[in-house]
Design a protein around this ligand. Sequence first.
Ligand code: NAD
Length: 468
Amino acid sequence: MAITEKELQEIVRQVISEMQGLKPAQQEETGVFDTMEEAIAAAARAQQEIRRMPLEFREKIISSIRKSTLENLRTYAEFGVSETGMGNVGHKIIKHQLVAEKTPGTEDLTTIAWSGDRGLTLVEQGPFGVIGAITPCTNPSETVICNTIGMVAAGNTVVFNPHPAAIGVSCYAVSKINEASMAVGGPANICTTVKKPTLETADVMFKSPTIPLLVATGGPGVVTAVLSTGKRGIGAGAGNPPVVVDETADIENAAISIINGATLDNNLPCIAEKEVVVVDSVADHLIDAMERNGAYKLTDPAKIQQLAEMVVIPNKKGKMQVSRDWVGRDAYKFLNAIGIDADPSVKCIIFEAEENHILVQTELMMPILGIVRAKNADEAMEMGVRLEHGNRHSAHMHSKNVDRLTRFGQMVDTAIFVKNGPSYAALGYGGEGFPTFTIASRTGEGLTSAKTFTKSRRCVMTDALCIR
Ligand code: NAD
């Protein structure tokens, strides 16, 4: 039975106030603490247990986290939408299911071996210990669950400093994960967090001698902050993924793929198509096919201007930035707000623009796609590279010309490059491979998984154990 908005808001309010009123003994069980110091100490104690455990037991805990997540898909999805106002329930269910079912566990860890006359040498992937992780409001519980599975599979525990706008659902995920660990005899506090995450609590995490590795999933500010700490950092930063369409592409497939990719969770994933560059000779066909598949085309320049002024606004210092009030909102709500009658069947807003248009240049994270025409494929690919802004994050292309696909892939140099499908194929949804919501674009690890959260350890036996 579906929960009403009012009932849901009440649940959110209750969970947050319950978390805030937790007694110390309860904090030990849920993993949600008053202070960052306590959260770090508890995760450190749990890590001592995890590292002594057989791999099989780690895997048992991970299976229990997967099961618990699958049992609570709707709660996670509704909680996330209700608390942040971003995304939509159906797609958040898919994202949590993907994380629960396909995030790699201990099987991701591999060994390199050399054997010969002088013995046997192994390179093993060992844990760092306690990892400090910063998580975004766009995929909050998805990231907490996905990070924890990978980090615990590798033998670590993790302390989160979640985005304050998503603290309720992030704490809910932390408590569910610990409950799942304890349900199979594992320790509490395999992941921990604080009730009120702030820049100060993040700073305590950055400076803690107990934490050797920091993982930042978020915008440029937090990634730069983490990479400036002097500690090892994994930086999963912002993107502005272009999708290039040339005249050889299957245009109908391109239109459907772009609409589906760009509207997943109302464009919240950092990998989602954020603007289209299309070769002029097929632009009309593409736009027509997009309109037939749920896009609303804005043509009035005054309305486009109104939309731009509504969603990209100056901050206190006068710098233009996306309006939080509009990130991840439904497409029809933007149209209604600029005086256009529309209903929820509209999946996405499209409009034609020049490359330098603010809605094309800015990473909006909204179901709004600017469409830029290029004279030919070369110009389109060059524009795609410029629009990616050197984030080295994600770029996509629709083409049947393998040479061009190869060239754009080399030129744009991103962690993710999807061809002839929706962006989410890169997350193993409609494509091969595993999912993650931490794509280490800035530091180059790419799609993170258990092995990313390990350090390389050489284990040498001299003059024995070679049985060749
Ligand atoms: P955000 O940068 O506003 O916040 C991310 C996190 O960083 C939050 O927990 C926030 O509280 C914290 N934070 C911000 N500045 C900080 C600082 N100076 N020190 C310590 N902590 C700080 O991002 P958001 O709006 O939550 O998420 C959207 C952004 O994140 C987009 O740019 C998106 O592309 C990016 N993102 C990237 C990935 C990836 O895998 N590369 C995944 C999700 C989101």
